[in-house]
Design a protein around this ligand. Sequence first.
Ligand code: KIV
Ligand code: ZN
Length: 513
Amino acid sequence: MADKLIIFDTTLRDGEQSPGASMTREEKLRIARQLERLRVDVIEAGFAASSNGDFEAVKAIANQVRESTICSLARANDRDISRAAEALAGAERPRIHTFIATSALHMDKKLRMTPDQVFEQAKLSVRFARNLCADVEFSPEDGYRSDMDFLCRVLEAVIKEGATTLNIPDTVGYAVPELYGNFIRTLRERIPNSDQAIWSVHCHNDLGMAVANSLAGVMIGGARQVECTINGLGERAGNCSLEEVVMAVKTRRDYFKLEMGIDATQIVAASRMVSQTTGFVVQPNKAVVGANAFAHASGIHQDGVLKARDTYEIMRAEDVGWAANKIVLGKLSGRNAFKQRLQELGIALESEGEINAAFARFKDLADRKSEIFDEDILALVSDESVTREHEHYRLLSLAQHSETGERPQAAVVFAAGEIEHSTESDGNGPVDASLKAIESKVQSGAELVLYSVNAITSGSTESQGEVTVRLQLGGRVVNGVGADPDIVVASAKAYLAALNKLHANLERVAAQG
Ligand code: KIV
Ligand code: ZN
Protein backbone atom coordinates (compact mmCIF):
# COMPACT_ATOMS: atom_id res chain seq x y z
CA MET A 1 0.00 0.00 0.00
CA ALA A 2 1.21 3.53 -0.81
CA ASP A 3 2.28 5.80 2.05
CA LYS A 4 -0.12 8.50 3.14
CA LEU A 5 0.78 12.16 2.72
CA ILE A 6 -0.72 14.25 5.52
CA ILE A 7 -2.06 17.63 4.41
CA PHE A 8 -1.74 20.21 7.17
CA ASP A 9 -3.49 23.46 6.32
CA THR A 10 -2.29 26.64 8.01
CA THR A 11 -4.39 29.20 6.11
CA LEU A 12 -6.02 30.27 9.37
CA ARG A 13 -2.71 30.71 11.20
CA ASP A 14 0.32 31.36 8.98
CA GLY A 15 -1.89 32.55 6.09
CA GLU A 16 -3.80 34.88 8.34
CA GLN A 17 -0.52 36.42 9.57
CA SER A 18 -0.24 38.12 6.20
CA PRO A 19 -0.81 41.87 6.75
CA GLY A 20 -4.45 42.64 5.94
CA ALA A 21 -5.58 39.00 5.94
CA SER A 22 -6.86 38.91 9.51
CA MET A 23 -10.22 37.21 9.83
CA THR A 24 -13.03 37.25 12.35
CA ARG A 25 -14.09 34.21 14.35
CA GLU A 26 -17.11 33.66 12.05
CA GLU A 27 -14.97 33.93 8.92
CA LYS A 28 -12.44 31.47 10.31
CA LEU A 29 -15.16 29.04 11.28
CA ARG A 30 -16.66 29.18 7.78
CA ILE A 31 -13.27 28.50 6.20
CA ALA A 32 -12.54 25.71 8.69
CA ARG A 33 -15.80 24.01 7.68
CA GLN A 34 -14.75 24.25 4.04
CA LEU A 35 -11.33 22.79 4.91
CA GLU A 36 -13.15 19.93 6.60
CA ARG A 37 -15.18 19.36 3.41
CA LEU A 38 -11.89 19.40 1.53
CA ARG A 39 -10.89 16.67 3.98
CA VAL A 40 -7.59 18.18 5.06
CA ASP A 41 -5.99 16.05 7.76
CA VAL A 42 -4.94 18.86 10.08
CA ILE A 43 -6.32 22.40 10.37
CA GLU A 44 -4.05 24.84 12.17
CA ALA A 45 -6.88 27.02 13.45
CA GLY A 46 -4.80 29.82 14.96
CA PHE A 47 -2.38 30.86 17.64
CA ALA A 48 -4.55 30.75 20.76
CA ALA A 49 -2.26 32.78 23.03
CA SER A 50 -1.81 35.63 20.53
CA SER A 51 -5.13 37.36 21.25
CA ASN A 52 -8.55 36.71 22.78
CA GLY A 53 -9.99 36.74 19.27
CA ASP A 54 -7.65 33.98 18.13
CA PHE A 55 -8.34 31.99 21.29
CA GLU A 56 -12.10 32.18 20.65
CA ALA A 57 -11.65 31.24 16.98
CA VAL A 58 -9.55 28.16 17.82
CA LYS A 59 -12.07 27.17 20.48
CA ALA A 60 -15.06 27.54 18.14
CA ILE A 61 -13.34 25.49 15.43
CA ALA A 62 -12.25 22.83 17.95
CA ASN A 63 -15.83 22.54 19.20
CA GLN A 64 -17.48 22.42 15.80
CA VAL A 65 -15.18 20.78 13.26
CA ARG A 66 -15.10 17.04 13.91
CA GLU A 67 -13.43 15.36 10.94
CA SER A 68 -9.98 17.02 10.89
CA THR A 69 -7.35 17.24 13.62
CA ILE A 70 -7.48 20.77 15.05
CA CYS A 71 -4.18 22.37 15.95
CA SER A 72 -3.12 25.54 17.74
CA LEU A 73 0.30 27.14 17.52
CA ALA A 74 2.08 27.98 20.80
CA ARG A 75 5.48 29.47 21.54
CA ALA A 76 7.68 27.23 23.63
CA ASN A 77 6.48 28.41 27.02
CA ASP A 78 3.98 27.08 29.56
CA ARG A 79 1.52 29.95 29.25
CA ASP A 80 1.16 29.67 25.45
CA ILE A 81 0.92 25.89 25.62
CA SER A 82 -1.71 25.95 28.39
CA ARG A 83 -3.73 28.49 26.42
CA ALA A 84 -3.56 26.28 23.31
CA ALA A 85 -4.68 23.24 25.33
CA GLU A 86 -7.55 25.23 26.81
CA ALA A 87 -8.75 26.41 23.39
CA LEU A 88 -8.51 22.86 22.03
CA ALA A 89 -10.35 21.23 24.93
CA GLY A 90 -13.47 20.48 22.86
CA ALA A 91 -11.63 18.99 19.88
CA GLU A 92 -12.15 15.40 18.81
CA ARG A 93 -8.46 15.21 17.80
CA PRO A 94 -6.41 18.12 19.25
CA ARG A 95 -2.81 18.92 18.39
CA ILE A 96 -0.47 21.40 20.05
CA HIS A 97 2.19 22.84 17.76
CA THR A 98 5.00 24.42 19.70
CA PHE A 99 8.00 26.19 18.24
CA ILE A 100 11.23 27.96 19.09
CA ALA A 101 13.90 29.39 16.80
CA THR A 102 17.11 27.36 16.40
CA SER A 103 19.20 29.32 13.88
CA ALA A 104 22.19 31.17 15.32
CA LEU A 105 20.82 34.43 13.94
CA HIS A 106 17.38 34.06 15.53
CA MET A 107 18.68 32.72 18.87
CA ASP A 108 21.20 35.49 19.22
CA LYS A 109 19.41 38.52 17.77
CA LYS A 110 15.75 37.76 18.33
CA LEU A 111 15.52 35.50 21.38
CA ARG A 112 18.78 36.62 23.01
CA MET A 113 19.22 33.08 24.26
CA THR A 114 22.17 30.72 24.12
CA PRO A 115 21.86 27.43 22.21
CA ASP A 116 21.83 25.53 25.53
CA GLN A 117 18.93 27.64 26.80
CA VAL A 118 16.99 27.02 23.58
CA PHE A 119 17.73 23.30 23.86
CA GLU A 120 16.35 23.16 27.42
CA GLN A 121 13.32 25.30 26.56
CA ALA A 122 12.44 23.08 23.58
CA LYS A 123 12.65 19.93 25.71
CA LEU A 124 10.65 21.35 28.63
CA SER A 125 7.97 22.73 26.34
CA VAL A 126 7.41 19.47 24.51
CA ARG A 127 7.33 17.65 27.85
CA PHE A 128 4.77 20.13 29.17
CA ALA A 129 2.67 19.91 25.98
CA ARG A 130 2.71 16.11 26.02
CA ASN A 131 1.19 16.17 29.50
CA LEU A 132 -1.74 18.09 28.07
CA CYS A 133 -2.13 16.51 24.64
CA ALA A 134 -1.14 13.22 23.02
CA ASP A 135 -0.46 14.83 19.64
CA VAL A 136 2.43 17.33 19.80
CA GLU A 137 4.22 18.91 16.86
CA PHE A 138 7.53 20.68 17.30
CA SER A 139 9.02 23.23 14.89
CA PRO A 140 12.55 24.65 15.07
CA GLU A 141 11.80 28.06 13.60
CA ASP A 142 14.26 29.05 10.84
CA GLY A 143 15.18 25.36 10.97
CA TYR A 144 16.61 25.29 7.46
CA ARG A 145 19.21 27.95 8.36
CA SER A 146 20.13 26.21 11.63
CA ASP A 147 23.35 24.40 12.36
CA MET A 148 22.88 20.71 11.49
CA ASP A 149 24.59 19.34 14.63
CA PHE A 150 22.61 21.59 16.95
CA LEU A 151 19.36 20.83 15.15
CA CYS A 152 19.97 17.07 15.41
CA ARG A 153 20.59 17.46 19.16
CA VAL A 154 17.35 19.44 19.68
CA LEU A 155 15.20 17.18 17.50
CA GLU A 156 16.49 13.97 19.07
CA ALA A 157 15.70 15.40 22.51
CA VAL A 158 12.16 16.51 21.65
CA ILE A 159 11.36 13.11 20.14
CA LYS A 160 12.46 11.57 23.46
CA GLU A 161 10.07 13.97 25.21
CA GLY A 162 7.23 12.66 23.05
CA ALA A 163 6.93 14.98 20.02
CA THR A 164 4.88 13.08 17.43
CA THR A 165 5.56 15.34 14.42
CA LEU A 166 8.74 17.24 13.60
CA ASN A 167 8.26 20.14 11.22
CA ILE A 168 11.26 21.76 9.52
CA PRO A 169 10.41 25.32 8.48
CA ASP A 170 12.16 27.21 5.75
CA THR A 171 10.90 30.32 7.52
CA VAL A 172 12.42 32.87 5.14
CA GLY A 173 12.00 30.95 1.86
CA TYR A 174 15.75 30.53 1.34
CA ALA A 175 15.87 26.86 0.37
CA VAL A 176 16.21 25.28 -3.08
CA PRO A 177 14.58 21.92 -3.75
CA GLU A 178 17.54 19.54 -3.85
CA LEU A 179 19.25 21.10 -0.84
CA TYR A 180 16.07 21.20 1.24
CA GLY A 181 15.27 17.59 0.35
CA ASN A 182 18.79 16.52 1.33
CA PHE A 183 18.56 18.55 4.54
CA ILE A 184 15.49 16.61 5.68
CA ARG A 185 17.05 13.31 4.60
CA THR A 186 20.25 14.06 6.55
CA LEU A 187 18.26 14.90 9.68
CA ARG A 188 16.33 11.65 9.40
CA GLU A 189 19.50 9.64 8.80
CA ARG A 190 21.51 11.21 11.59
CA ILE A 191 18.91 11.28 14.38
CA PRO A 192 18.80 7.82 15.99
CA ASN A 193 15.12 7.95 17.01
CA SER A 194 13.91 9.74 13.84
CA ASP A 195 11.57 6.87 12.94
CA GLN A 196 9.48 7.59 16.04
CA ALA A 197 8.00 10.79 14.57
CA ILE A 198 6.38 11.95 11.37
CA TRP A 199 8.51 14.44 9.43
CA SER A 200 6.90 17.54 8.05
CA VAL A 201 7.85 20.33 5.64
CA HIS A 202 6.89 23.99 5.96
CA CYS A 203 8.16 26.23 3.17
CA HIS A 204 7.75 29.93 2.46
CA ASN A 205 7.67 31.21 -1.08
CA ASP A 206 10.13 34.11 -1.13
CA LEU A 207 12.00 32.68 -4.13
CA GLY A 208 8.89 31.13 -5.66
CA MET A 209 10.00 27.61 -4.72
CA ALA A 210 7.78 26.73 -1.74
CA VAL A 211 5.87 24.00 -3.59
CA ALA A 212 9.00 22.58 -5.25
CA ASN A 213 10.87 22.62 -1.94
CA SER A 214 8.01 20.93 -0.11
CA LEU A 215 7.78 18.20 -2.73
CA ALA A 216 11.54 17.69 -2.60
CA GLY A 217 11.24 17.38 1.18
CA VAL A 218 8.73 14.61 0.55
CA MET A 219 10.52 12.78 -2.26
CA ILE A 220 14.18 13.21 -1.29
CA GLY A 221 13.76 13.76 2.43
CA GLY A 222 10.98 11.28 3.17
CA ALA A 223 8.67 13.81 4.85
CA ARG A 224 5.07 12.64 5.11
CA GLN A 225 3.35 15.87 6.09
CA VAL A 226 3.17 19.07 4.03
CA GLU A 227 2.18 22.36 5.64
CA CYS A 228 0.44 24.65 3.19
CA THR A 229 -2.24 27.27 2.69
CA ILE A 230 -5.13 27.80 0.30
CA ASN A 231 -4.02 30.03 -2.62
CA GLY A 232 -0.55 30.04 -1.03
CA LEU A 233 -1.80 32.79 1.31
CA GLY A 234 0.86 34.00 3.72
CA GLU A 235 3.24 36.74 4.73
CA ARG A 236 5.48 38.30 2.06
CA ALA A 237 5.39 35.97 -0.98
CA GLY A 238 3.20 33.49 0.88
CA ASN A 239 3.34 29.85 1.92
CA CYS A 240 3.36 26.62 -0.02
CA SER A 241 0.11 26.41 -1.95
CA LEU A 242 -2.18 23.54 -0.94
CA GLU A 243 -3.92 23.18 -4.29
CA GLU A 244 -0.62 22.94 -6.17
CA VAL A 245 0.83 20.29 -3.86
CA VAL A 246 -2.36 18.25 -3.87
CA MET A 247 -2.81 18.33 -7.63
CA ALA A 248 0.88 17.61 -8.27
CA VAL A 249 0.74 14.52 -6.06
CA LYS A 250 -2.58 13.39 -7.59
CA THR A 251 -1.75 14.11 -11.23
CA ARG A 252 1.75 12.58 -10.97
CA ARG A 253 0.77 9.63 -8.82
CA ASP A 254 3.00 7.55 -11.09
CA TYR A 255 5.98 9.43 -9.61
CA PHE A 256 4.95 10.34 -6.06
CA LYS A 257 3.17 7.06 -5.27
CA LEU A 258 1.42 8.61 -2.27
CA GLU A 259 -2.18 8.54 -1.02
CA MET A 260 -4.05 11.57 0.33
CA GLY A 261 -7.43 11.90 1.97
CA ILE A 262 -8.25 15.14 0.12
CA ASP A 263 -11.50 15.68 -1.83
CA ALA A 264 -10.05 17.79 -4.63
CA THR A 265 -13.48 18.78 -5.96
CA GLN A 266 -13.67 21.20 -3.02
CA ILE A 267 -10.51 23.09 -4.00
CA VAL A 268 -12.05 25.88 -6.07
CA ALA A 269 -14.74 26.55 -3.46
CA ALA A 270 -12.03 26.80 -0.78
CA SER A 271 -9.95 29.09 -2.96
CA ARG A 272 -12.88 31.42 -3.63
CA MET A 273 -13.89 31.49 0.00
CA VAL A 274 -10.39 32.44 1.13
CA SER A 275 -9.93 35.12 -1.50
CA GLN A 276 -13.40 36.62 -0.92
CA THR A 277 -12.91 36.64 2.83
CA THR A 278 -9.42 38.12 2.88
CA GLY A 279 -9.57 40.30 -0.22
CA PHE A 280 -6.40 38.63 -1.53
CA VAL A 281 -7.28 38.18 -5.17
CA VAL A 282 -6.07 35.06 -7.03
CA GLN A 283 -3.98 35.91 -10.08
CA PRO A 284 -5.71 34.67 -13.30
CA ASN A 285 -2.78 32.48 -14.36
CA LYS A 286 -2.35 30.85 -10.92
CA ALA A 287 -2.04 27.06 -11.26
CA VAL A 288 -5.21 25.09 -10.50
CA VAL A 289 -7.33 27.93 -9.06
CA GLY A 290 -6.62 30.87 -11.40
CA ALA A 291 -9.49 31.89 -13.71
CA ASN A 292 -7.36 31.00 -16.75
CA ALA A 293 -5.96 27.74 -15.37
CA PHE A 294 -8.22 25.67 -17.62
CA ALA A 295 -9.02 28.23 -20.34
CA HIS A 296 -7.72 27.25 -23.76
CA ALA A 297 -7.64 30.50 -25.69
CA SER A 298 -5.29 29.68 -28.53
CA GLY A 299 -6.94 28.19 -31.60
CA ILE A 300 -4.50 25.28 -31.79
CA HIS A 301 -5.13 24.34 -28.16
CA GLN A 302 -8.90 24.67 -28.48
CA ASP A 303 -8.88 22.46 -31.54
CA GLY A 304 -6.76 19.86 -29.77
CA VAL A 305 -8.91 19.86 -26.62
CA LEU A 306 -12.08 19.47 -28.66
CA LYS A 307 -10.63 16.44 -30.46
CA ALA A 308 -9.18 14.82 -27.34
CA ARG A 309 -9.02 16.56 -23.97
CA ASP A 310 -5.70 15.13 -22.92
CA THR A 311 -3.86 16.71 -25.88
CA TYR A 312 -3.46 19.84 -23.74
CA GLU A 313 -5.13 19.03 -20.39
CA ILE A 314 -3.35 17.14 -17.64
CA MET A 315 -6.13 17.66 -15.10
CA ARG A 316 -9.86 18.04 -15.53
CA ALA A 317 -11.38 21.35 -14.43
CA GLU A 318 -14.32 19.54 -12.81
CA ASP A 319 -11.97 17.41 -10.71
CA VAL A 320 -10.91 20.51 -8.77
CA GLY A 321 -14.42 21.94 -8.59
CA TRP A 322 -14.62 24.36 -11.49
CA ALA A 323 -17.89 22.90 -12.75
CA ALA A 324 -19.56 24.09 -9.56
CA ASN A 325 -19.83 27.55 -11.15
CA LYS A 326 -23.50 27.28 -12.06
CA ILE A 327 -26.63 29.32 -11.69
CA VAL A 328 -28.17 28.18 -8.46
CA LEU A 329 -30.98 30.51 -7.58
CA GLY A 330 -33.08 33.25 -9.08
CA LYS A 331 -35.64 35.89 -8.30
CA LEU A 332 -38.39 33.37 -7.63
CA SER A 333 -36.41 31.16 -5.25
CA GLY A 334 -37.90 31.03 -1.77
CA ARG A 335 -36.40 31.21 1.69
CA ASN A 336 -36.21 27.41 1.99
CA ALA A 337 -34.30 26.99 -1.27
CA PHE A 338 -31.95 29.76 -0.16
CA LYS A 339 -31.46 28.18 3.27
CA GLN A 340 -30.76 24.80 1.69
CA ARG A 341 -28.16 26.27 -0.67
CA LEU A 342 -26.47 27.93 2.31
CA GLN A 343 -26.32 24.51 3.96
CA GLU A 344 -24.93 22.88 0.81
CA LEU A 345 -22.24 25.55 0.71
CA GLY A 346 -21.46 24.79 4.34
CA ILE A 347 -22.53 28.23 5.53
CA ALA A 348 -24.03 28.07 8.98
CA LEU A 349 -25.60 31.39 9.85
CA GLU A 350 -26.03 31.43 13.58
CA SER A 351 -29.53 32.82 14.08
CA GLU A 352 -32.83 33.04 12.21
CA GLY A 353 -32.23 36.82 12.27
CA GLU A 354 -29.03 36.35 10.28
CA ILE A 355 -30.75 34.05 7.79
CA ASN A 356 -33.52 36.60 7.36
CA ALA A 357 -31.03 39.41 6.84
CA ALA A 358 -29.11 37.32 4.29
CA PHE A 359 -32.35 36.33 2.53
CA ALA A 360 -33.43 39.98 2.31
CA ARG A 361 -30.06 40.78 0.72
CA PHE A 362 -30.47 37.86 -1.65
CA LYS A 363 -33.91 39.09 -2.77
CA ASP A 364 -32.55 42.56 -3.26
CA LEU A 365 -29.69 41.17 -5.35
CA ALA A 366 -31.99 38.87 -7.35
CA ASP A 367 -34.10 41.90 -8.28
CA ARG A 368 -31.07 43.54 -9.79
CA LYS A 369 -29.24 40.51 -11.17
CA SER A 370 -31.06 37.74 -13.01
CA GLU A 371 -28.65 34.88 -12.35
CA ILE A 372 -27.31 34.19 -8.87
CA PHE A 373 -24.20 32.00 -8.61
CA ASP A 374 -22.63 30.31 -5.62
CA GLU A 375 -19.98 33.05 -5.59
CA ASP A 376 -22.73 35.68 -5.24
CA ILE A 377 -24.11 33.84 -2.24
CA LEU A 378 -20.68 33.60 -0.66
CA ALA A 379 -20.13 37.32 -1.20
CA LEU A 380 -23.51 38.05 0.23
CA VAL A 381 -22.89 36.19 3.48
CA SER A 382 -19.39 37.62 3.74
CA ASP A 383 -21.07 41.01 3.86
CA GLU A 384 -20.54 42.07 7.44
CA SER A 385 -23.90 43.76 7.79
CA VAL A 386 -25.47 40.29 7.40
CA THR A 387 -23.24 38.18 9.57
CA ARG A 388 -22.30 40.77 12.14
CA GLU A 389 -25.22 42.94 13.06
CA HIS A 390 -23.07 44.54 15.72
CA GLU A 391 -20.60 46.05 13.22
CA HIS A 392 -19.87 49.66 14.03
CA TYR A 393 -20.03 51.17 10.53
CA ARG A 394 -22.82 50.20 8.13
CA LEU A 395 -23.73 51.66 4.74
CA LEU A 396 -27.33 52.84 4.61
CA SER A 397 -27.54 54.54 1.21
CA LEU A 398 -25.43 56.12 -1.46
CA ALA A 399 -26.20 58.49 -4.35
CA GLN A 400 -23.65 59.71 -6.81
CA HIS A 401 -23.60 61.80 -9.92
CA SER A 402 -21.04 61.75 -12.69
CA GLU A 403 -21.25 63.33 -16.08
CA THR A 404 -18.68 63.96 -18.79
CA GLY A 405 -16.94 67.26 -18.10
CA GLU A 406 -18.37 67.59 -14.55
CA ARG A 407 -16.64 66.82 -11.27
CA PRO A 408 -18.33 63.71 -9.75
CA GLN A 409 -20.31 64.13 -6.52
CA ALA A 410 -21.35 61.54 -3.93
CA ALA A 411 -23.76 61.65 -0.99
CA VAL A 412 -23.44 58.82 1.52
CA VAL A 413 -25.57 57.90 4.52
CA PHE A 414 -23.99 55.45 6.95
CA ALA A 415 -24.42 54.37 10.55
CA ALA A 416 -21.66 54.55 13.14
CA GLY A 417 -23.04 52.55 16.05
CA GLU A 418 -26.44 54.07 16.78
CA ILE A 419 -25.72 57.37 15.03
CA GLU A 420 -26.68 58.04 11.42
CA HIS A 421 -24.36 60.27 9.38
CA SER A 422 -25.06 62.01 6.08
CA THR A 423 -22.06 63.26 4.21
CA GLU A 424 -21.10 64.57 0.78
CA SER A 425 -17.97 65.11 -1.24
CA ASP A 426 -16.70 65.56 -4.74
CA GLY A 427 -13.78 63.56 -6.14
CA ASN A 428 -11.83 62.54 -9.22
CA GLY A 429 -14.42 59.85 -9.87
CA PRO A 430 -17.55 58.59 -8.11
CA VAL A 431 -15.57 56.03 -6.08
CA ASP A 432 -13.10 58.69 -4.95
CA ALA A 433 -15.98 61.05 -4.07
CA SER A 434 -17.78 58.34 -2.02
CA LEU A 435 -14.70 57.31 -0.05
CA LYS A 436 -13.75 60.94 0.58
CA ALA A 437 -17.28 61.63 1.81
CA ILE A 438 -17.04 58.79 4.35
CA GLU A 439 -13.53 59.73 5.44
CA SER A 440 -14.51 63.36 5.94
CA LYS A 441 -16.90 62.21 8.70
CA VAL A 442 -14.94 59.29 10.18
CA GLN A 443 -11.55 61.06 10.08
CA SER A 444 -9.71 57.77 10.55
CA GLY A 445 -6.48 59.20 9.15
CA ALA A 446 -5.82 55.78 7.55
CA GLU A 447 -3.83 55.62 4.36
CA LEU A 448 -5.43 53.81 1.41
CA VAL A 449 -2.69 51.44 0.23
CA LEU A 450 -4.66 49.22 -2.15
CA TYR A 451 -7.89 49.47 -4.09
CA SER A 452 -8.96 46.73 -6.50
CA VAL A 453 -12.14 45.71 -8.31
CA ASN A 454 -12.94 42.25 -9.62
CA ALA A 455 -15.95 40.69 -11.25
CA ILE A 456 -17.18 37.93 -8.91
CA THR A 457 -18.39 35.78 -11.78
CA SER A 458 -16.69 36.22 -15.12
CA GLY A 459 -18.07 36.74 -18.56
CA SER A 460 -20.71 39.42 -18.09
CA THR A 461 -21.09 43.04 -17.02
CA GLU A 462 -24.07 41.82 -14.97
CA SER A 463 -21.61 40.34 -12.51
CA GLN A 464 -21.26 41.80 -9.04
CA GLY A 465 -18.16 43.87 -8.55
CA GLU A 466 -16.04 42.78 -5.61
CA VAL A 467 -13.91 45.56 -4.21
CA THR A 468 -10.95 45.21 -1.88
CA VAL A 469 -9.74 48.21 0.06
CA ARG A 470 -6.54 48.00 2.11
CA LEU A 471 -5.97 50.61 4.80
CA GLN A 472 -2.87 51.25 6.86
CA LEU A 473 -2.84 53.07 10.15
CA GLY A 474 -0.06 53.19 12.71
CA GLY A 475 1.60 49.95 11.59
CA ARG A 476 -1.69 48.06 11.23
CA VAL A 477 -2.89 46.88 7.83
CA VAL A 478 -6.47 45.76 7.24
CA ASN A 479 -8.44 44.64 4.20
CA GLY A 480 -12.12 45.36 3.67
CA VAL A 481 -14.15 43.59 1.01
CA GLY A 482 -17.50 44.72 -0.40
CA ALA A 483 -19.64 43.30 -3.19
CA ASP A 484 -22.50 44.81 -5.15
CA PRO A 485 -23.63 45.01 -8.78
CA ASP A 486 -22.86 48.76 -8.44
CA ILE A 487 -19.10 49.09 -7.96
CA VAL A 488 -19.40 52.49 -6.27
CA VAL A 489 -21.62 50.92 -3.61
CA ALA A 490 -19.24 47.94 -3.39
CA SER A 491 -16.38 50.41 -2.84
CA ALA A 492 -18.18 52.23 -0.04
CA LYS A 493 -19.01 48.88 1.62
CA ALA A 494 -15.39 47.77 1.32
CA TYR A 495 -14.14 51.03 2.81
CA LEU A 496 -16.54 50.74 5.76
CA ALA A 497 -15.57 47.06 6.23
CA ALA A 498 -11.92 48.08 6.46
CA LEU A 499 -12.79 50.85 8.93
CA ASN A 500 -14.66 48.27 11.02
CA LYS A 501 -11.54 46.15 11.21
CA LEU A 502 -9.47 49.14 12.27
CA HIS A 503 -12.13 49.95 14.82
CA ALA A 504 -12.07 46.45 16.32
CA ASN A 505 -9.26 45.93 18.77
CA LEU A 506 -7.29 43.18 17.07
CA GLU A 507 -4.19 43.31 19.24
CA ARG A 508 -2.16 40.16 18.76
CA VAL A 509 1.30 38.76 19.23
CA ALA A 510 3.25 37.96 16.08
CA ALA A 511 4.30 34.32 15.78
CA GLN A 512 7.70 35.26 14.48
CA GLY A 513 8.41 38.43 16.36
O1 KIV B 1 7.62 29.74 9.15
C1 KIV B 1 7.74 29.35 10.31
O2 KIV B 1 8.85 29.17 10.84
C2 KIV B 1 6.53 29.12 11.07
C3 KIV B 1 6.69 28.43 12.38
C4 KIV B 1 6.02 29.18 13.48
C5 KIV B 1 6.20 27.02 12.26
O3 KIV B 1 5.45 29.42 10.63
ZN1 ZN C 1 5.59 29.82 8.45
